[in-house]
Design a protein around this ligand. Structure first.
Ligand code: GLP
Length: 251
């Protein structure tokens, strides 16, 4: 595990974008696992800049998103499909057939989960998986008490997550209560993982994810077992960590 601490949100975003861009430069047909939430927005902005300046191309890149809400139309501004188009896919040269996001309006959830796993396998697995983290330590939508051996599956969202995500909706009642998410096993199969966190409200879950007991109660703690994981944190998210063990890369 590597822990990189930078000064602020923008430096975290730039650092993470550089890691993803390097992956694409080294392997132009990379398979990327991508995340949503407010945390990676800055990273996507930097990735788009790298594309615009000709440093990277998505022509041969394939992407798999971590999760999608259930029963939210793709054109709903809060769907993760909409988010990804707005923040990345509409701004780079990726082919539509190389974009994969779980279908949240499927008639057959189980089949959709199996199809998604198969697609990932058919593409040779995920080279680099980007993650954010929920305040309760969730990754993707793998909420506390998840089974570590889970593959892509339907999840019931935690009350805390519904409350946290209600800031994007007009009322808390509009927040979907279910989603389809890659499972912990799917995430752990990625060859490399980069987790981003910013702000003091993430300091506790980051501390627990890195130093705490490995437990399904804090899903991100499983990352301690991954052979190639890097945490990119701003000072506030890293504020509870032992500073001796952190690579400080203040830009
Ligand atoms: C959602 C997403 C997660 C994300 C989390 C944190 O629940 N499913 O992938 O990491 O929110 O969001 P934020 O970055 O807005 O704090």
């Amino acid at each position: 595990m590597r822990i990189i601490c930078v000064n602020n949100y923008d430096e975290m975003s730039e650092k993470a974008a550089n890691i993803v861009a390097s992956q694409i430069i080294l392997k132009p047909d990379s398979v990327l696992g991508l995340a949503t939430g407010s945390t990676p927005i800055g990273m996507y902005n930097h990735i788009v800049k790298a594309y615009e300046s000709g440093k990277i191309s998505f022509q041969n890149v394939t992407t798999f998103n971590l999760d999608e809400y259930l029963n939210l139309d793709k054109n709903n501004a809060q769907s993760y499909y909409f988010y990804m188009r707005k923040n990345l896919y509409d701004k780079v040269d990726i082919s539509i057939e190389n974009i994969n996001i779980p279908d949240g309006i499927t008639d057959n959830i189980q089949e959709e989960c199996i199809r998604y796993e198969k697609e990932i396998r058919n593409k040779g697995g995920i080279d680099i998986q980007v993650l954010g983290i929920g305040r309760n330590g969730h990754i993707g939508f793998n909420e506390p008490d998840i089974k570590f051996e889970a593959l892509t599956h339907m999840v019931n969202l935690d009350d805390q997550t519904i409350k946290d995500n209600s800031r994007f909706f007009d009322t808390v009642k509009e927040v979907p209560t279910k989603a389809i998410s890659m499972g912990i096993k799917t995430i752990m199969r990625a060859r490399k993982i980069v987790l981003l966190a910013s702000g003091k409200e993430k300091a506790n879950c980051i501390y627990e994810a890195i130093y705490g007991k490995i437990t399904p109660n804090l899903p991100a703690s499983v990352l301690q077992l991954h052979p190639d994981v890097v945490f990119v944190l701003d000072k506030e998210a890293a504020s509870k960590l032992d500073s001796e063990e952190i690579d400080k890369e203040y830009l």
